[in-house]
Design a protein around this ligand. Structure first.
Ligand code: G3I
Length: 305
């Protein structure tokens, strides 16, 4: 019998999940993770508040647990995330511009340096654009104090810190063609034109009834791929249940497989029990680690049986 990972591998892709260090000691959690997935993304353990809670003091124990577990299983690891407005310790926001620039680059160097050579792809910058039709950047300490150039600077620093890692920009509500995704597209196009190092764009894929799987997901992935970057579905979860949820998952897998440069899919958690959507059922395994119809649909869409 195939697993998600083996079926995806047969298509030249990976199939990953977010992993929380705190659950690795749960036998069913670890067994399901190890059996089904060949890529892992630390769900919270590499974020700024976890890795540098006070300036210059780095703590990697939780991230190490995820990375060590994943690598012992032969999984790829996605790094998530270096520069983000959320889960950002308050000391960062209190810095003036010159200090902030130094702190951002130091953070990238220290965290990427710790895992140099061990990370397949890094989400260098996460969620830098506003929702809605403006196409504008989101307010954050980085945007407000350093201006638009902070993203480019982060990518240049990241390239030097671990030249083997693929460097990604990652965001949500950018899955279809819309004002937000078009703003990201313009940035990536500009980066490619000017030689700013960027290798991939992550599309988070958090879907629900208000934000269903867009009909133009494939077309959107393709337009980014045509700029010369890989594309990845990085945080997939889809609210719902039964056949409707299964069909929606299959549509996402189909869209990725239809785009040569869509290199893999990550779901945002192993089991509904620990989803960030508390009380929701957006994942492929239920709270008892039984495979849901959505699991069967994903496996079939990947060509597995
Ligand atoms: O670790 C503390 C724990 O010590 C404390 O007792 C507990 C009490 O609330 O909080 C724990 O921290 C929580 C953490 O998850 C770990 O469970 C935070 O409060 C909580 O805010 C945090 O939520 C995470 C969220 O990002 C924060 O923005 C979710 O787990 C995580 O799934 C979610 O992931 C994000 C991606 O990084 C970026 N894209 C969107 C996605 C979903 O929001």
């Amino acid at each position: 019998a195939d697993t998600l990972g083996s079926a995806a591998a047969a298509q030249g892709r990976y199939f990953g999940t977010a992993v929380a260090a705190g659950h690795l000691g749960e036998a069913d959690y670890a067994a399901t993770l190890d059996r089904e997935f060949n890529s892992a993304t630390p769900e919270n353990e590499m974020k700024w508040d976890a890795t540098e809670p006070s300036r210059g003091t780095f703590t990697f124990s939780a991230a190490d647990r995820v990375v060590d577990h994943a690598r012992a299983q032969g999984m790829d690891v996605r790094g998530h995330t270096l520069v983000w407005h959320s889960q950002l310790p308050s000391w960062v926001g209190a810095l003036g511009a010159a200090d902030l620039r130094g702190a951002m680059n130091d953070h990238i160097n220290q965290v990427m340096g710790r895992y140099k050579g061990q990370i397949h792809s890094w989400d260098v910058v996460n969620e830098a654009f506003q929702d809605g039709d403006s196409g504008a950047r989101r307010s954050s300490p980085f945007q407000d104090k350093l201006g638009d150039g902070y993203i480019e600077e982060a990518f240049r620093t990241a390239r030097a810190a671990d030249p083997a890692a693929k460097l990604c920009y990652n965001d949500y509500n950018t899955d279809g063609v819309n004002a937000k995704s078009t703003a990201v597209y313009a940035m990536v196009k500009d980066f490619k034109a000017r030689g700013v190092p960027i290798d991939c764009v992550g599309f988070q894929g958090h879907f629900n009834s208000n934000s269903p799987v867009p009909a133009d997901l494939r077309a959107n992935l393709q337009r980014f791929a045509d700029l010369g970057v890989d594309v990845q579905i990085t945080e997939l979860d889809i609210e719902g249940s039964g056949t409707a949820q299964a069909d929606a998952y299959a549509r996402v897998v189909d869209a990725c497989l239809a785009v040569d440069r869509c290199t893999g899919i990550t779901v945002w958690g192993v089991t509904d029990k620990y989803s960030w959507r508390s009380g929701g059922t957006p994942l492929l395994f239920d709270g008892n680690y039984d495979a849901k119809p959505a699991y069967d649909a994903v496996l079939a869409a990947l060509g597995g049986d």
